[in-house]
Write a protein that binds this ligand. Structure first.
Ligand code: AP5
Ligand code: MG
Length: 212
């Protein structure tokens, strides 16, 4: 199954994509995670990507497409994958259509009013990638799963989040109509607890797997 997970910054794409990948045994491909790894390794791609990510803007399409094309060509994608954070505009969606056929596009919908607080309070585990919110950590700053010290993403400050939300509204939200017209869109209410959201996604994907 080739799946795309769509949603605004903070909608829970990474949280749910991680669970989908583990449950269905397919790789989780997050363009944001790929760029952040390159940034931490100070590669030329990382240096370039950082100049866009820190401002909340999109990394140029040609650079991003090259990253995705290379990643999808790796052998672990043969049995399917979950793409998180790509595509992010109609140009990328059309280019993806020329590389691979999709089985489903899951759109996690969360009211915009919830997103700023989710993101400015997010803490991430560098070991396993799990996301937390400061309000649920009870003063601790370690991952409940692997014990690593959590970090705050550089783009999770209020000004950059505001720009990311605006870029989402102008460039990424049109993909909802794009994929709806292709009959691929599955909308999920993301304003529920993480496990309820995952249960809904599973019920949608299990139906597709049965027919696959
Ligand atoms: P990317 O890393 O993709 O960031 P994003 O789209 O802004 O989304 P986030 O990762 O912030 O949110 P998420 O939906 O994954 O939410 P999460 O599960 O963590 O991209 C970063 C940057 O890279 C972009 O701005 C751009 O510059 C560049 N980039 C990436 N892809 C690109 C592309 N294709 N083209 C060009 N540039 C690209 O959850 C958020 C928080 O909410 C967490 O604290 C979590 O614990 C909490 N939470 C999750 N689910 C729930 C729930 N159900 N209830 C309560 N809290 C929840
Ligand atoms: Mg994410």
């Amino acid at each position: 199954m080739n799946i795309v997970i769509l949603g605004a910054p903070g909608a829970g794409k990474g949280t749910q994509a991680k669970r989908i990948a583990e449950h269905y045994g397919i790789p989780h491909i997050s363009t944001g995670d790929i760029f952040r790894k390159q940034i931490s390794e100070r590669t030329p791609l990382g240096v370039l990507a950082q100049s866009y990510i820190d401002r909340g803007n999109l990394v140029p399409d040609d650079v991003t497409l090259e990253v995705v094309r290379n990643r999808l060509a790796e052998p672990d994608c043969k049995e399917g994958y979950i793409l998180d954070g790509f595509p992010r505009n109609v140009f990328q969606a059309e280019a993806l259509g020329g590389i691979t056929a999709l089985d489903a596009v899951i759109d996690i919908h969360v009211p915009v009013s919830r997103l700023m607080a989710r993101l400015t309070g997010r803490r991430v585990c560098p070991g396993c990638g799990e996301s937390y919110h400061v309000d649920t950590l009870e003063g601790k700053n370690t991952c409940a799963k692997c014990g690593e010290n959590l970090y705050r993403r550089a783009d999770d400050n209020e000004a950059t989040v505001a720009e990311r939300l605006s870029v989402y509204a102008s460039q990424t939200e049109p993909l909802i109509g794009f994929y709806n017209s292709l009959g691929l869109l599955k909308t999920i209410d993301g304003d529920k607890d993480k496990e309820s959201v995952f249960a809904k996604i599973r019920s949608v994907l299990d139906g597709l797997y049965d027919n696959h």
